[in-house]
Design a protein around this ligand. Structure first.
Ligand code: SAH
Ligand code: SF4
Ligand code: F3S
Length: 459
């Protein structure tokens, strides 16, 4: 069987796609790079906003057309598959295999059932399953918990992914060991709300560390860089900032979604914190980590958001001074409380506010990135950039970075980089040696040739 996977959504979905891909390989499938080559196409879906849902709908339409011309098994997995909305779509577009986020390990049964299988249960075995490590990659995701116990009024995730289940520290550390053995240097611990790790359904699990202690444990594994996402401000404790400060491998990077700067809107979102408590967390983080890089998620145009509420979001942005932000227009999701109880604001108003927020974000990103010019940053270079002769990667603070290839550093690796130039979205620099001196750059044409030769040399 030749299988092709298409992934939408967040890092959780990327992790799950990798997990299912490794299952497919273990059942003898070849993974191929395009729909044309495939006899099984599996779409990993996202339902968090209207846009990703629309994308899935049009892709499934396209796949049904292909199916009418030649034999093809179509599968749908992930968050949308768990919802009635997705299941209706699956019927309409003749989807053969449907796997909810808790049933991923049913992929084998699905394949055996001659391409007619729907699995929608949340199965415990998934939490204990340890997927093989990504080969030849410096970066890996590691799921430490699934689901979410919060009930933010706008959010569909608790419905699609079910209640929170933390993975056991043993399983996490075993998976990490495999990743380290495979050469991973940066691990990102994943969960919808990592700060609540070990406290499922409000009860602390016996033998599970707190998230702060989990960071300390992972820090002792020998991995070079640790990141984590996402943190919910409600479950944030100062001990997490303290653990970050005393664990050198943990990057000084915190993604703490605020959603809104207005306590009134936060209440309507049922976020369970106020503007003041959020700013208190930021102050604690900055106290323990003076060089911290801060990122956030913001929803603009939540139902009932007034101009004054929005101004509070803008002023909070200035108070925190984020390095980067994911900004979303509120998207009403059927099945959520805010969809049922609140009226959506006019589209133009939401778009106009988003534009103003983007201006703010660009100003801050420009300012924050400019402070890196002249400093040496540790950059994890993943490999070739779009422009020939360049490598791309990211700093410990997650800033995308581009460098020219240099002698002694033609490919992926973790290198010190002297930053020479910045834009709001990118840092540009040169790889340096232990004394901070730039390594000699490889002239463009030679760099191209090196890119062709190095995979052969490695083999
Ligand atoms: N568990 C994470 C977020 C997961 S969803 C957390 O609580 O931080 C990722 C982001 O999508 C959220 O932070 C939010 O900003 C955005 N989001 C979720 N539902 C949305 C909706 N209905 N409309 C617009 N943005 C939404
Ligand atoms: Fe959604 Fe809130 Fe849970 Fe995040 S914490 S996944 S926004 S319900
Ligand atoms: Fe989307 Fe599910 Fe992630 S809804 S954002 S793929 S948790």
């Amino acid at each position: 069987m030749k299988a092709h996977m298409i992934t939408y959504g967040c890092q959780m979905n990327e992790y799950d796609s990798h997990l299912v891909q490794s299952q497919l390989v273990s059942f003898g499938a070849d993974l191929v790079d395009s729909i044309d080559e495939a006899d099984f196409v599996l779409v990993n879906t996202c339902a968090v906003r209207g846009k990703p849902v629309d994308k899935v709908r049009s892709l499934l339409g396209q796949l049904r057309k292909v199916k009418s011309q030649r034999p093809l098994v179509v599968g749908m997995m992930g968050c949308l598959a768990q919802l009635e909305e997705g299941q209706q779509m699956a019927r309409k577009f003749e989807v053969d295999v449907l796997l909810g986020p808790g049933s991923l390990l049913d992929i084998g049964t699905a394949l055996e059932s001659n391409g007619r299988f729907w699995g929608l249960q949340f199965k415990d075995e998934l939490h204990e399953h340890i997927p093989p490590s990504p080969q030849g990659k410096l970066q890996a995701h590691l799921t430490i918990m699934r689901g979410c116990d919060h009930h933010c009024t706008y959010c569909i995730v608790p419905t699609t992914r079910g209640p929170q289940v933390s993975r056991s520290p043993d399983d996490i550390l075993r998976e990490l060991d495999l990743q380290l053995a495979a050469g991973v240097q940066e691990v990102t611990l994943l969960g919808q709300n990592v700060n609540a790790y070990g406290v499922d359904g409000g009860a602390r699990l016996a033998g599970y560390p707190s998230f702060a202690d989990l960071l300390r444990m992972v820090g002792r594994s020998g991995v070079k860089r640790i990141k984590f996402t996402t943190s919910h401000p409600m479950n944030f404790t100062e001990d997490v900032a303290a653990a970050m400060a005393e664990t050198p491998a943990v990057c000084d990077f915190v993604h703490l979604p605020v959603q809104s700067g207005s306590s009134r809107v936060l209440r309507r979102m049922a976020r369970e914190y106020s503007r003041e408590t959020y700013l208190g967390h930021i102050a604690a983080i900055k106290k323990h980590l003076p060089n911290v890089v801060l990122a956030t998620d913001i929803i603009v145009g939540f139902p009932g958001e007034t101009e004054e509420d929005f101004q509070e979001t803008l002023s909070l942005y200035d108070e925190v001074g984020y390095d980067s932000a994911y900004m979303f227009i509120y998207s009403p999701r059927p099945g959520t409380p805010s969809y049922k109880h609140f009226e959506d604001l006019p589209r133009e108003l939401k778009t106009e506010r988003l534009q103003r927020l983007i201006v703010k974000q660009k100003e801050w990103s420009k300012l924050r990135n400019a402070t890196k010019v002249g400093t040496v940053q540790e950059v994890l270079l993943r490999g070739d950039a779009h422009s020939e002769g360049f490598l791309e990667g990211h700093t410990r603070g997650n800033h995308p970075t581009v460098v020219p290839k240099a002698f002694g550093a033609e490919g992926a690796g973790v290198y010190p980089v002297l930053i020479g130039h910045s834009t709001p979205h990118m840092l540009y620099g040169q790889i340096v040696d232990a004394d901070g001196q730039p390594l000699p750059e490889i002239p463009r044409l030679e760099a191209q040739a090196a890119a062709l030769i190095s995979p052969l040399q490695m083999a």
